[in-house]
Design a protein around this ligand. Structure first.
Ligand SMILES: [Zn+2]
Length: 413
């Protein structure tokens, strides 16, 4: 790399202006954004991204899975693309940095390379993946690109078939178009992603950049306890078959089991609903979602088995029925050594303090690692807060991350 290339930096003010413009789309008024995948504000954000790409002279494209891309061609016929990206969707009432920073930094990197007139060996593609957060089906866009999604999985989205199909129709997508979005790995040189850490490791280490070594795997299950609806006043406490008690027992037991038997893993029950859902009726059904994450595949598998037996044991001890349905999941991955090296080298060139660290959150890089060298960097999250309006990253840290992404991209993998 020559000195001119090594000296390339993002335009921090331009990046900031785009960041603020994007954060206004679906803004919740308290500093956060509400852009669930394929909702109106998410679609507006994606359109805005394409418009920005076009305005700076990039080629834009939307694939069959709804992934939005802006590409800077290198001019060499048949050259593969180095993908830089993340996602523009958010969790419900999420933060304005999660995903958005990675997509905007990618766009900025392409603009800097274009304006510098740099000749690279690869096309550069800034990509915004569909439904990273799993509003309908987690990592839908990136998994579709890898060819790993199946018609079977599309048939059981977390949001339910009707809601999912309506959302797809609103974005002019279909199951068939999603399955057609798979790309030939030979056409992809690699994938690099900048993301906020969403934890406290960088703060604890007083480091600027985290070079991600691997990403935990996760699985999601829908659990339903089935009891009997009864008059809440007339049926004695001993005679009632209260489905809610199964759910409550599982919540406590799952936490205790994971903390003692799987210290590197986590479990979460984030959604729970009672039916019929009336104050004076004993719950007949309690439906909850069980999400668990583990750093290695064997632990994830074993944890799934143990949790299932826990679900059954809690049902049995209360004379309830229990059903478990697998929703979706993703295997843990180790990220590419060369990609880690390129990102670490870039951080060193810029003079930033870095650490190597695993990711406890899932990311599109995890899916992309199946088909190409994938790498990721983190920048610090103030207080470790994320998935809420409190999510915040100092602007200097955002710029640092964008510069590392740019420098790794121009250095190549
Ligand atoms: Zn994210």
């Amino acid at each position: 790399m020559n000195d001119t290339t090594a000296a390339l930096r993002v335009d921090a003010e331009r990046l900031r202006a785009r960041f603020d413009a994007l954060a206004a789309i679906g803004a919740t008024g308290d500093g956060g954004v509400h852009r669930p995948a394929l909702g109106q504000d998410h679609l507006r954000a994606r359109q805005w991204f394409l418009d920005e790409g076009r305005a700076i002279g990039l080629d834009t494209h939307v694939d069959g899975a709804g992934n939005h891309s802006a590409t800077l061609a290198c001019g060499q016929a048949g050259a593969p693309a180095l993908l830089l990206g993340s996602h523009l969707d958010s969790v419900r009432h999420g933060g304005r940095f999660d995903g958005a920073l990675g997509v905007l930094a990618a766009l900025e990197a392409l603009q800097v390379v274009k304006e510098a007139g740099l000749e690279l060996d690869t096309n550069l593609e800034a990509i915004d993946f569909t439904d990273e957060e799993g509003t309908h089906l987690g990592f839908l866009g990136s998994l579709a690109v890898t060819g790993a999604l199946t018609a079977d999985e599309l048939g059981r989205p977390g949001s339910g078939v009707e809601v999912f199909q309506a959302a797809l129709a609103g974005a002019e997508l279909t199951d068939t178009s999603i399955l057609s979005a798979a790309r030939d790995p030979k056409t992809i040189a690699g994938y690099l992603e900048l993301h906020i850490e969403q934890g406290n490791r960088l703060n604890a280490a007083v480091a600027d950049i985290g070079v991600v070594t691997g990403i935990v795997g996760l699985r999601r299950q829908k659990v339903t306890y089935i009891g009997r609806a009864d008059h809440a006043g007339t049926i004695s406490m001993t005679d009632r078959l209260d489905a809610g008690q199964g759910a409550a027992g599982l919540m406590l037991a799952a936490r205790g089991m994971v903390m003692t038997a799987f210290p590197d893993s986590v479990v979460n029950i984030g959604v729970i609903a009672f039916e019929p859902g009336a104050m004076n009726v004993v719950p007949e059904r309690a439906c909850l979602t069980l999400e668990f994450r583990a750093p290695v595949a064997e632990d994830l598998e074993r944890l799934g088995v143990v949790l299932k037996s826990l679900v059954r044991a809690e049902a049995k001890s209360r004379n309830l029925e229990a059903e478990v349905e697998e929703v979706d999941g993703i295997q843990p991955v180790q990220l590419d050594q060369r990609a880690q090296g390129a990102l670490a080298g870039a951080a060193t060139r810029i003079g930033l303090k870095q650490i190597a660290m695993p990711s406890g959150a899932g990311h599109d890089a995890q899916a992309m690692a199946r088909i190409c060298p994938a790498g990721m960097i983190f920048v610090p999250s103030a207080g470790g807060f994320s998935h809420s309006a409190r999510e915040f990253t100092e602007w200097d840290d955002c710029v640092n991350g964008a510069n590392v992404l740019l420098q790794a991209a121009v250095g190549g993998l």
